[in-house]
Design a protein around this ligand. Structure first.
Ligand code: TRP
Length: 461
């Protein structure tokens, strides 16, 4: 099969750095900033970091290579990629699942990113200046997310921002913006790390974060690391297929993806160094994760550190930027599908997906207090946003990653898989080991996470 002949001209990245920044932008998101550090602290510090690194290299990287390779070879969105690599088969459903998942995640990601915008404004105008304990900031957060019009307006603003970037196209929209936003993100992170590490008492936070404790390493530790690695690397819904499809045919997939994994892991590690030393230096505040960490615990300590108002503002800008570059990739997957397969113009596709995801996000936006019903759904006993996250952010991504491995490892054919993923690499000798990992280790590992997710879901009921 000829990889790409006689087709409509397709945009490509302007440079390798452009691809790496866009893909790293997708990978570096809320997961790196508010989830990874806490997982490390709770699961044995440096011991967890070592396990996490091994998993990224042995499982995350091979799967990312497979995704990018499938995209580079077929030069298509996820649906088109599976259709082209396995014509007239049921595999295209995996691509469809990816596109739906993209729209699904985008809908609630945008809601949370809207909160970050709102909190940037709050921090910049000194709204936390008199608040000193999580009880007070918790109340403030409750009022904020419970106010329907505010959260909806911010959700709309963020979605419009995402649409604006993606409308510009691969090179003049996504690449141009991520080339600015990603260095800015790392600069802000380093600034926060510097502030945090120079506080008196910082070493207590470093001890909580990184002190190796191998006694905390159990089978669950591996599962936690595995799940985090997959989520963090944005694997499993075709972002990497789509971004890979804009790579020039001779690009070195192995090296480019290795950079993406490196930056993603670096950002996660730095986030911990920004957060925990500051938390422990101020003391008496329990570390936590997720929205509680970013919107409740941290605002309670900002004003207790010198220039805390400024650093608090930087923190929320960082959160917004991290979410924006991830949202861009989510939108691009759906837009690539509509333009490749359905002949839509980029502009029309961007607005359509943006509006649909905005509407789909409305119940999620109202599910943290604004609507009592949506905030605690009957039977499920969770809010609508959490439900969306469980279905799309958890279940669908894991399923997608599993099918991708099975496809590339077993269905596509070793010759095609190697041509798609490894050809053009400076390290062709990695082909066989890579194929082995994709066929055996990766599906087993991902299958195990899937089982755990299903058991959690149905075990509780
Ligand atoms: N990697 C993102 C994070 O760490 C979350 C994520 C998972 C994601 N899959 C994605 C983002 C797909 C964009 C596209 O927060």
């Amino acid at each position: 099969m000829e990889p790409h002949s006689g087709e409509r001209k397709r945009e490509t990245w302007g440079s390798r750095v452009g691809f790496v920044m866009a893909a790293a932008g997708s990978a570096i998101g809320l997961g790196n900033i508010w989830r990874f550090p806490y997982l490390v602290g709770k699961n044995g510090g440096a011991a967890f970091v070592i396990i996490y690194l091994a998993i990224v290299i042995l499982i995350g990287l091979p799967v990312m290579i497979a995704e990018v390779g499938l995209g580079r070879f077929t030069r298509r969105n996820p649906v088109g990629a599976f259709t082209k690599a396995a014509p007239n088969s049921g595999w295209r459903i995996v691509g469809v699942l990816g596109v739906i998942t993209g729209c699904g995640i985008l809908s609630y990601y945008s809601v949370v990113a809207g909160w970050a915008i709102g909190y940037t404004l709050k921090a910049a105008t000194g709204a936390f200046a008199t608040l000193t304990d999580p009880g007070q900031t918790g109340k403030l957060f409750g009022q904020f997310v419970g106010d329907a019009w505010t959260v909806l307006a911010l959700h709309a603003v963020f979605m419009a921002l995402t649409v604006t970037v993606v409308i510009g196209g691969v090179r003049r929209g996504i690449e141009r913006w991520t080339l600015i936003l990603m260095p800015a993100l790392f600069l802000m992170l380093l600034l926060l790390v510097f502030r945090s590490l120079t506080l008196e008492g910082a070493e207590k936070g470093i001890a909580f974060y990184l002190q190796p404790d191998f006694s905390k390493v159990t089978a669950t530790t591996f599962l936690a690391a595995l799940g985090q690695a997959f989520f963090s690397l944005s694997i499993g819904m075709g972002v990497m297929i789509t971004y890979g499809s804009y790579l020039p045919a001779r690009e070195d997939v192995v090296i480019s993806t290795a950079y993406v994994c490196l930056f993603d892991t670096l950002a996660a590690l730095l986030a911990g160094l920004a957060i925990f030393p500051a938390l422990f230096a101020v003391a008496e505040v329990e570390p936590t994760q997720g929205a509680g960490l970013a919107f409740v615990v941290l605002p309670a300590i900002f004003h207790r550190i010198p220039f805390g108002g400024l650093f608090g503002t930087v923190f929320f800008v960082l959160l917004t930027v991290a979410a924006l570059t991830s949202a861009i990739s989510l939108l691009e997957v759906c837009v690539a599908y509509l333009t490749d397969e359905k002949g839509w113009t980029r502009k029309g596709a961007c607005w359509l997906v943006g509006v649909v995801s905005f509407l789909l996000g409305i119940p999620a936006a109202l599910s943290n207090g604004a609507s009592t019903f949506l905030s605690n759904l009957p039977v499920l006993q969770m809010g609508f946003l959490d439900l969306m996250d469980t279905i799309f952010g958890n279940l669908a991504l894991t399923l997608g990653a599993l099918f991708l491995c099975l496809f590339v490892g077993w269905r596509w054919g070793p010759k095609e898989a190697l041509a798609g993923a490894i050809e053009g690499s400076a390290y062709p000798g990695l082909g066989q080991p890579w194929l082995f990992l994709i066929r055996y280790l990766c599906p087993v590992a991902i299958g195990t996470i899937l089982l755990q997710i299903l058991m959690n879901l149905f075990g509780q009921g």
